[in-house]
Design a protein around this ligand. Structure first.
Ligand code: RBZ
Ligand code: NIO
Length: 571
């Protein structure tokens, strides 16, 4: 959890920040203020802070906050404070008077914060609420601190404002934060006079606001050998589920009155093997991006270039998935599995190829490529779970994606192409015809592969959907619950449950998309969607829309008073 604590002078912000790390046994305290000072009042303030902190604090006095965060990104850390850090930064570059652009050092700090895995609390003064200072240096400091706080807030999971010792938790998404840096996206191909296509794959030069840390490219590329072989999947803990059912009966409500919320809470308890369940502390979203050869044949309402543009948008924090994730404190990572453009090395870390083949006429991937994609999805889960992720969501971005999804669902549920085809991004009738024909051809090509999940994925899925299948199955191996998204992710889920039978018990369906194939896939998996809001976006948006409800079911089961505790008579 990365927290930014803002507040005025003597507001109680440091004490509040320290209280957030109360549970940590060892805390690194990065003090950014001047160490030696002839100012007795300053020294007394520093001493008062020191006296309040217990022996478990290890104090480091330095202004190289980004360097220290990168050197050790696991130990719980308190940075106190950014005001001093900014003053030192302005000192170092003649920034008080000169017209110096400091955005690169804010970005470097924000990227180090985004890459921090452990608990991190950053204290910063909020000086923007006072009068505009009369001196140029004062105005500079106030302006820069506003910019710095905004940049840091964007990579924090939690932002609190402390005023007069009272803590105000600031909501996750604000228009001001969201307006930053989003790449423009081309209009639908079918719109006359559509805006020109924006240069594809502008490499995100800096790590994204809410994008979680990525190891250096090339490190940890997974071994694809046997990627399709999964161990036996154990069911979630039936004893914990039974304890959860019994506990529901003791809570101060008529039995069953919270309906599906009770079942969801019980499921989380079973996945965690504990009752009451713990609230999720690290929900993680991974967006798998890829292009599909079939999209060059006019089966989408948008041109394929939009895939790379949206990857940049997601990496910059401007897509729906980012906004929804911020609402729930989930982090978002995007991986280019097969985008038909160059993306930045961290995003392309697991890239299998540029665009998958056209499923209507050729294999989307070779078997070796499919293994590499599966192994990537599995490795991503291992990295996330090893780093503490306790809830996973797969999202997707790829123009044309609903075509391979419909092929997989049609093939595995035995439906006709006309039953599984949908409008996707909003295709017109002519594109619907082309799309249905492509689905028909793809289904014909895989008619004998429905019992061979690896071959099925290679033939039609492409590297993005294949990596998703690996991700979903590996989550079950790692006993980590998943909220499944829309038609594309659920198509991958169908194959994942063939690769790792029983994996479905570790998944819940976030929503039901308006794509017709989605309902068939959910039925086959016997998954009941949490919400149905006529959504048809993908990216992980449906799963993230359900996340607050899933989280609420955990709160209810863990925090409601029992009849005994509350002295309420039972029925
Ligand atoms: C701007 C934009 C953002 C998106 N985010 C998700 N999708 C969704 O739409 C695509 C699938 O629909 P089809 O098969 O019709 O191409 C995928 O990229 C999916 O993630 C988007 C599509 C667009 C255009
Ligand atoms: O349901 C989905 O996931 C979906 C629907 C339309 C377009 N893209 C994704």
């Amino acid at each position: 959890m990365r927290s930014l604590i803002l507040g005025g002078v003597r507001s109680g912000k440091s004490a509040h920040g320290e209280s957030l790390l109360r549970g940590s046994s060892q805390i690194r305290y990065i003090a950014t203020g001047p160490v030696l000072s002839s100012d007795a009042d300053w020294t007394a303030r520093v001493d008062a802070h020191r006296a309040r902190r217990s022996a478990k604090y290890l104090t480091v006095e330095s202004i190289d906050v980004a360097g220290l965060l990168r050197t050790d990104s696991a130990t719980a850390t308190l940075v106190d404070d950014l005001g001093n850090w900014l003053a030192a930064a302005l000192d170092s570059c003649d920034g008080w008077t000169g017209d110096v652009d400091l955005s690169h050092i804010y970005d470097e700090l924000a990227s180090a914060i985004a890459a921090f895995d452990g608990d991190l609390v950053i204290i910063s003064p909020e000086v923007g609420l006072s009068v505009v200072p009369p001196t140029p240096a004062g105005r500079r400091f106030q302006d820069e601190l506003g910019r710095l706080n905004t940049a840091v807030a964007r990579v924090c999971d939690r932002v609190d404002l402390v005023v007069a010792g009272r803590v105000l938790s600031l909501p996750a998404d604000s228009a001001a934060a969201d307006s930053a840096a989003a790449e423009p996206v081309s209009a639908p191909a079918s719109v006359p006079g559509a805006a020109p296509i924006v240069a594809a794959a502008a490499p995100a030069p800096l790590p994204a606001p809410d994008v979680a840390p990525l190891p250096a490219p090339g490190i940890g590329v997974p071994d694809p050998t046997d990627a399709e072989n999964f161990p036996r999947i154990d069911a979630p803990d039936v004893d914990a589920a039974e304890r959860a059912r019994q506990r529901q009966l003791t809570l101060t409500k008529p039995p069953g009155s919270l309906g599906r919320l009770e079942e969801i809470g019980n499921w989380v308890a079973a996945c965690q093997g504990t009752c009451p369940p713990r609230q999720f502390s690290q929900p993680r979203v991974v967006v798998f991006a890829g292009d599909h050869g079939v999209a060059r044949t006019g089966v989408s309402a948008f041109p394929p270039e939009v895939t790379a543009q949206m990857v940049a948008n997601i990496a910059s924090g401007g897509a729906a998935v980012n906004v929804l994730a911020r609402r729930s404190g989930a982090s978002v990572q995007v991986f280019d599995m097969s985008v038909d453009a160059d993306t930045s090395p961290d995003v392309a870390r697991f890239k299998v190829r540029r665009s998958s083949g056209n499923l209507a006429v050729e294999d989307a991937l070779s078997i070796d490529e499919a293994r590499r994609a599966l192994a990537a999805g599995r490795a991503i889960v291992d990295e996330l779970v090893d780093a503490g992720a306790d809830l996973l969501i797969a999202g997707e971005m790829g123009i044309g994606n609903t075509t391979p999804a419909a092929v997989l669902i049609g093939a595995l549920t035995g439906r006709e192409p006309v039953a599984v085809v949908g409008r996707g991004t909003g295709v017109d009738d002519a594109a619907w015809n082309r799309k249905t024909a492509a689905i028909r051809d793809g289904m014909w090509r895989v008619r004998r592969l429905v019992d061979d999940p690896l071959a099925l994925l290679a033939a039609v899925a492409g590297a993005d959907l294949t990596a998703m299948a690996g991700f979903l199955a590996q989550a079950a191996v790692r006993r980590t619950p998943v909220i499944v998204d829309g038609v594309v992710v659920t198509a991958a889920a169908l194959v994942a449950n063939l690769l790792a039978p029983g994996a479905v018990d570790w998944w819940i369906a976030g929503h039901k998309s308006t794509e017709p194939a989605h309902a068939f896939a959910l039925d086959l998996l016997r998954l009941e969607p949490v919400v149905e809001l006529s959504m048809r976006l993908g990216e992980g948006s449906g799963a993230l829309t359900a996340l607050p409800i899933v989280a609420a079911s955990v709160d209810l089961l863990s925090s409601m008073a029992t009849f005994d505790e509350a002295g309420v008579s039972g029925g």
